[in-house]
Structures are given as C-alpha cells and as structure tokens.
Design a protein around this ligand. Structure first.
Ligand SMILES: [Zn+2]
Length: 475
C-alpha cells in the first residue's frame, strides 16, 4: 500500500497549518458516493488532498500530531463553510437589549420607528453595539459561518458609530470569519420636496472611503417617491464604482402588483454603466428581499434572465425568507406568504438565488436564529421542496451561491458543494448528518467550524448523567 497521504504531507513539511480531517462523508453527486468515507488533508489553508479512507496503515497519526498537525477524527458530513450573504450586524438582539421597545402592530412602519429610537441610543452606548455585534459573529461562527456581508448603518442618527464597531469586529474575528463590512443607508438620502441628496448621503459617501469597507448599500423604497428611489440607486452605484465596492440594495420589498419593480431600472443602469465603461469590473451587485418579483410571470423571469446574461451583469438575488415571510402580505385575506422561491427559480429558470438570515431578534424579524442552515428546512416547507435535488439547491443558497453573491468566490468558480484540491479549507462539519439531503431537512446541532484549515469552533451537545451534573454544579 503506497504511503499516499504521507507523501502529501511530506511534500509540505514547511507549512504553517496542517489539518487532517479523517473519515468524513462528502456531498454526493455524479463524482462521489455519499456512503464512502474520505480523508481531507488541508495545508496552509487550502485543500491539499482528498482520498478515500483506507484504514490507519498509510499515515502515522501519532507522528502527524507530534509534528504539529491537527487530527480531526469524525463520521460527520463536510460542507463548505456557511455564508451570511446579508446580515445586519448593528441591529441584532434589539428586542432583548431594549425591553421598552417592543412590537405592538408588527408592521413595517412600526419596525422602522422603534428601530430608529433604538438607533438614537447607539452613539451614547457604543459598547452595547459592540457586544451585540460580537455575539452575532461568535454565534454565527459556532454555526459554521466562515464568511459574511455585515451591514452597518450610516446616517444622521448613528453617524459612524456602527461602521466603527463593524471595522473593529472585522479585525477581531479575522482568523475565524471573513467579515465584509457594508455601509448601509436604511434612511432616505433625499428629503421630501428636495431634489438634492442631503446629510445622510454625505455621511454615506464619506464612510464609503473608510479603510476596510468593502460594500455599500441602501433601501431605495424608503425614499419619498419613485424618482428619488431611482436617484438613490444611481448615487449608490456611482459610489460603488468610484471606490471599487460591492453594491447591495434592499429592493422591491413589497407584494403589490401596482408598484413598478425597480429591478428593471437597476438592470438598465448597470447595463449602461458596463457598456460605457463607467462600472468597476470588481463590483458585484446584490439585491435583497425582491419580494415583488414573486409576482413575476414566466415571461418576466425569461426577460430577467436574458437581460442579465446578454450583458453579463454581475448581479445576484438574495432571498431573506425569515423577514419576507414575517412582513409581507399583511392586511390581506388570505395572506400570501412571500419570498423568492429559490428551488423553483433554479430548476425552471436556472437562476441561482442566495438565502440569508438578514435580522436576528428585532422588529423587522423577531423570530428565527442566526443559523443560515435553519433556512433550509424553512425553505423545504415554504417551497414544498424536499427532494435530494431541491435540498442541494437549498444548501448551495447558504454556502456557495451566497459566497458568489458577495464576491468571496468569483461567479466563474465552481459553486459545487464538493470540495476540490486547491479550494480554501473553509468548512462546516455536521457531526450528526450522513447526507446533504438530511443536512438540509434537519441540520445537525453538533458542528465543527474550520477556517483556513484551522479548527475555530466546536459546538457539541454535552450528555451528563446525574452524578456528572452534580459535579458540574459543585465546581
Ligand atoms: Zn437587510
């Protein structure tokens, strides 16, 4: 038996990090059988080799560990690290932080107003913003998140408080998670009756130049009218291109057939800018929510697909189901429960959609956890999609498609769930799942997170008998 794995290790004795994940299941598909166990060797943050586990005879585990390597023995399923394509770092856990600011009507207007009151306290209490953001990232890493786009608001109410906190947390967690900071205008850039962008725009434009900021976003639907909403889009695209940032819009967040879908305007603007050379080739665009598009006919979707493909538009739609389902369709009977149908759009139109958590414990999204994998069983129910194919699509929407959406990997790179030699060694290991199908339907609680070939978090259920429990209490 040749010492194949040993040779892989031998070739790289000068490496700084070495992790051998032993006896692990990989996603199935045409190339691999999910019932076969594999050994995945990671060197210097990259996948060095993937080989079927063939017993212990061809690697000396003691020697590997003694020479500084980390050995992870498991029976679980290895998936690409999870990715928050869209999460708000500064307004998480507000329902817990401010008990006086609770939900009464539950509608969007109320969510905006109570969040505004909370935001008015941020500048005086920067430490709580930091503590909440820290908890969001730490809990995300425990779930298996290795990359995220974190929105932080910039406006007259909070000034630079949130972006400053975001940049500090980005640095603090740099070994555990790629935290991409997106400066975000939740508030209008224009005042009613004025055609000049105001103070909120000036602050946003200034924040876009800060070292470490990688994306810029806005919510054009808060503008006083549709003309201002379109100008909001133009201003954000201008800044994104000027400073080589990713652009990220909260767009078409309604379920009203009488409202013009602004996605067409955005596609038109993007096409024009690409054609006349006024768009940075590094800038991708994300569109979050887009619930209005759930009213699209097959012809509308064909038009969308054709427009994006003909001009090679760097754009991805990001469904935010926990928020969309909670907020959309209020006051109608029967109430539609609406969010982008990830599985149907992939299968019928070959349009890849990411899904993301958006908010945790605030008036926009009071329910749900920080775990991106929790969106998969939700999607299986809402889209009535639980086949093996559907489940792979759902898993991609919170891993590889999400990474492509925020530019962590390029759109031309493989979006496969199966790791390949040379890939970044960013994984989540699901200890209690034996297939991608089951991982999407009922994700394992016990998880190990691997970032750049290093174990950065282990989340495990502890089983205690009565004596052990007493001992833990008396410590
Ligand atoms: Zn959002």
């Amino acid at each position: 038996m040749p010492n194949m794995l040993g040779d892989d290790i031998e070739e790289s004795t000068n490496t700084t990090s070495r992790l051998l994940i032993r006896h692990v299941l990989l996603p199935g598909g045409s190339e691999r059988d999910e019932r076969t166990f594999y050994d995945v060797l990671c060197l210097d943050g990259k996948v060095q080799s993937i080989r079927p586990t063939e017993g212990n005879q061809y690697v000396d585990e003691a020697e590997f560990s003694q020479s500084g390597g980390t050995l992870l023995q498991t029976d679980g399923l290895l998936l690409p690290g999870l990715c928050h394509a869209h999460i708000h770092l500064d307004k998480c856990f507000l329902l817990r932080e401010y008990p006086d600011l609770q939900i009464s009507t539950g509608d969007f207007k109320e969510a905006l107003s109570v969040t505004d009151i909370a935001k008015s306290r941020f500048s005086q209490d920067e430490l709580t913003v930091l503590r909440r953001g820290h908890e969001l990232i730490r809990r995300s890493v425990e779930c298996g998140v290795t990359s995220m786009r974190a929105h932080v608001e910039v406006d007259k109410t909070v000034n630079n408080t949130c972006v400053d906190v975001g940049l500090r947390l980005r640095e603090q967690f740099k070994d555990q998670c790629d935290v991409q900071i997106a400066v975000f205008a939740q508030d209008p850039l224009f005042q009613p009756g004025s055609d000049q962008a105001g103070e909120n725009y000036r602050l946003l434009a200034q924040a876009a130049t800060l070292q470490g900021v990688q994306a810029i976003g806005s919510a054009p639907y808060v503008e006083p009218d549709i003309a201002c909403a379109k100008r909001n889009i133009n201003l954000v695209l201008d800044l994104a291109s000027k400073y080589h940032l990713f652009a990220d819009f909260h767009l078409d967040y309604n379920f009203d057939p009488s409202l013009e879908p602004l996605i067409w305007y955005l596609l038109e603007e993007l096409t024009t800018r690409i054609n006349n050379g006024s768009w940075s080739s590094k800038s991708r665009v994300c569109v979050g929510h887009a619930t209005r598009l759930a009213l699209f006919t097959p012809n509308d979707w064909n038009r969308y697909k054709r427009t994006v493909e003909e001009a090679s538009l760097p754009i991805t739609l990001v469904g935010l189901p926990q928020s969309d389902l909670y907020m959309m369709g209020r006051g109608t009977n029967p109430a539609p429960r609406t969010t982008l149908n990830v599985t149907r759009l992939t299968k019928e139109h070959n349009i890849q959609i990411a899904m993301s958590v958006n908010n945790v414990q605030n008036a926009f999204t009071p329910q749900g956890s920080v775990d991106p994998l929790s969106l998969c069983p939700l999607g299986a129910a809402v889209f009535q999609s639980a086949t093996r194919t559907d489940c792979d699509i759902l898993l991609k929407s919170v891993t590889t498609t999400a990474r492509q959406a925020i530019g962590i990997i390029s759109a031309s790179e493989t979006a496969d769930l199966i790791p390949r030699v040379g890939d970044p060694a960013d994984f989540v290991l699901l200890h209690d799942n034996t297939s991608t199908h089951l991982a999407a339907l009922n994700p394992s609680y016990d998880r190990t997170t691997i970032k750049d070939g290093r174990i950065v978090s282990i989340r495990k259920t502890e089983y205690l008998d009565e004596d052990m429990y007493r001992n833990t209490q008396s410590r």
